[in-house]
Design a protein around this ligand. Structure first.
Ligand code: ZN
Ligand code: ZN
Length: 262
């Protein structure tokens, strides 16, 4: 698995979804060359590679500091809790633990006005395809990573299963945003899906203003009452009320939460 870098996996996954969307589109009327596509491809490269490397270095440094503090407090297990367990067990436990944490963070991104101003960029997409998975503000990676690393560090474990979870979560995020007519049947009660995530991007507050926060797993939404699964397959409009405020170019989008008039 480690033979390929994350960037190589990202390219491979992206190409697969590009081809799959051509073969099996859910919304045939949606143009491939939609508005904002070039913009979102720039964000894909920035968030998926450049910024990921930079924040990786930053959070790595943070984690080393946290590691030190935990050790001094005697709170860090001598050996990671997961270290040495079989690969599939570590993979499953990492996936469930990190996904639940991210589900909590995603809730906060919607419910705390300051954080919502950063998350607006992701929700300003007027149409969904796999590229939208990486249409988000640089601050989101900082928030997600710093909240994830310390508990995951405490769980310990090996690099390979963690890397595998990162690749798997990327593929599933592409899937959730893809314009792909692919149903996962009753698995939709455990895993997120394009149909469910489309409603997360609904511009109206039908079914409550905040719904379907799942990243890889939809299980948390079903358990905690934030799941929304109506009969009709798609919302009337994607976006958020007032999304005209979002500037059309990457630079101003990145500066948007800091420069908007109050
Ligand atoms: Zn959201
Ligand atoms: Zn989304």
């Amino acid at each position: 698995m480690h033979r390929f870098s994350y960037l190589a996996w990202l390219a491979l996954i992206s190409l697969s979804f590009f081809l799959a969307e051509r073969a099996l589109p859910a919304r045939r009327e949606q143009p491939t060359l939609r508005p904002q596509l070039a913009n979102d491809l720039v964000l894909l490269v920035f968030n998926g590679h450049l910024w990921a490397v930079l924040t990786g270095a930053f959070t790595g440094w943070l984690v080393l500091g946290a590691n030190d503090v935990l050790e001094r407090l005697g709170a860090r297990p001598q050996q990671g809790l997961l270290s040495g367990l079989p690969f599939p067990v570590q993979f499953a436990l990492y996936l469930v633990a990190s996904d639940f944490l991210q589900w909590c963070v995603h809730n906060l991104l919607h419910r705390v006005p300051f954080l919502w101003s950063f998350h607006k960029l992701h929700h300003s997409a007027r149409a969904l395809d796999w590229v939208v998975n990486f249409r988000f503000h640089w601050m989101e990676l900082v928030v997600y990573r710093t909240s994830l690393y310390v508990p995951l560090l405490w769980l310990g474990g090996d690099g390979q299963p963690l890397f595998a979870v990162a690749v798997f979560a990327t593929a599933w995020g592409h899937f959730n945003h893809s314009n792909l007519a692919l149903s996962i049947g009753p698995l939709a009660y455990v895993f997120n899906s394009p149909r469910m995530h489309l409603w997360h991007h609904d511009a109206s507050d039908e079914g409550g203003p905040a719904k379907n926060f799942g990243i890889v797993l939809s299980l948390w939404d079903w358990l905690f009452g934030t799941a929304y699964w109506p009969r009709q397959r798609a919302p009337a409009r994607l976006g958020y009320p007032g999304d005209d405020e979002m500037p059309p170019d990457v630079l101003r989008q990145e500066l948007f939460p800091l420069t908007r008039r109050r």
